[in-house]
Design a protein around this ligand. Structure first.
Ligand SMILES: NC(=O)c1ccc[n+]([C@@H]2O[C@H](COP(=O)([O-])OP(=O)(O)OC[C@H]3O[C@@H](n4cnc5c(N)ncnc54)[C@H](OP(=O)(O)O)[C@@H]3O)[C@@H](O)[C@H]2O)c1
Length: 292
């Protein structure tokens, strides 16, 4: 069985490739990227590396050739992603790939506060389900690694400014998202399933501040702000308006419960307990303390 991974040079793509090269015969692993030269080390481990770009559908015919299962890693081009993902799904079907696995997002429903960042995933899920292919959807929760940079600012200033209220967040490590994807690609029984790939615990902002304090050794206090005050504060400290708005929309989504799900089945999928946020912050302690 030949397994294809798109976006293989990204953070998640490389981790999935690495896991597949451990669990499968490397001759059965095909890595597709816009930057095949960045995957030389994985080619040396026996993977086949091919060029493929969702913006150039012609490149995908060759990229997907001979594949049985493909992981389509969602892109970052918000506003254009549904079209990009459609191109990937259509090319996979045309090349005879039988099963497409897609990296989605928690609750990708209309009306989500983060807008197209979420809803384009919902559109792609619908496209995939209507494609006639076997499908599996991996709704990856917020990466725990994305808490390191804002965490470093909170550690440096001693204050965690937030509009998330009493909402809960369930950060998951990229490593665990990759392990889940590799399992779904390399083993049977996952067709027609949607998995929520979450971390092991739902954290309030107070709990987040506690973990930041514990790992950094510096006191971090929560400062709750309204959406308006947080937008204003972020812009006052140099954030561009779209960035400030995106951060505030994320906090609003946390407050409204869009990211609060914990799925205990992740441990079955990856064969161990998923990492906690604390584990990830400890692994990135240098970066967490970089601004102190
Ligand atoms: N769960 C979360 O918290 C979270 C947060 C941010 C993003 N995401 C989503 O998860 C994805 C993977 O995360 P990551 O951390 O690995 O992101 P990343 O390191 O920034 O990688 C971006 C990914 O998008 C691929 N890509 C971009 N444009 C493409 C195109 N035109 N055709 C094909 N592939 C394209 C890249 O592939 P190549 O460069 O190898 O071609 C790469 O795999 C992101 O792209 C995004 O959709 C999730």
């Amino acid at each position: 069985m030949t397994v294809i991974v798109t976006g293989a040079s990204g953070h998640l793509g490389r981790l999935v490739a690495d896991a597949l090269l451990e669990s499968l015969d490397p001759a059965d692993v095909v890595l597709v990227s816009r930057h095949p030269q960045a995957l030389r080390d994985l080619a040396e481990r026996g993977a086949t590396v091919r060029h493929g770009d969702f913006d150039e559908p012609g490149s995908l015919t060759k990229a997907f050739e001979g594949g049985d299962r493909a992981l389509v890693i969602s892109t970052l081009a918000v506003g254009r992603r549904a079209a990009q993902h459609r191109a990937a799904i259509e090319a996979a079907a045309a090349a005879g790939v039988g099963h497409v696995v897609y990296t989605s997002f928690p609750n990708p429903v209309p009306g989500h506060p983060v807008g197209p960042i979420a809803t384009e995933h919902g559109e792609t899920e619908d496209l995939l389900k209507a494609s006639g292919l076997d499908w599996t959807i991996l709704r990856n929760a917020t990466y725990a690694e994305l808490q390191v940079m804002p965490g470093a600012l909170a550690v440096a200033g001693g204050k965690l400014y937030t509009n998330a209220g009493s909402g809960l967040l369930v950060p998951v490590s990229r490593q665990d998202c990759a392990a889940a994807a590799a399992t779904v690609l390399a083993t049977d029984g996952h067709a027609g399933k949607t998995y929520d790939i979450t971390g092991p615990e739902a954290l309030s902002q107070d709990q987040l501040a506690e973990v930041l304090s514990e790992v950094s050794g510096r006191r971090v206090q929560v400062v709750s702000l309204s959406d308006r005050k947080l937008t204003w504060g972020l812009m006052r400290y140099g954030a561009a308006k779209p960035v400030a708005r995106a951060i505030v929309a994320f906090g609003k989504a946390v407050r409204e419960g869009y990211y609060s799900l914990v799925d205990p089945e992740v441990s079955e999928l990856i064969g161990r307990e998923p990492r906690t946020l604390r584990d990830v912050l400890i692994a990135n302690r240098g970066e967490l303390l970089a601004s102190v």
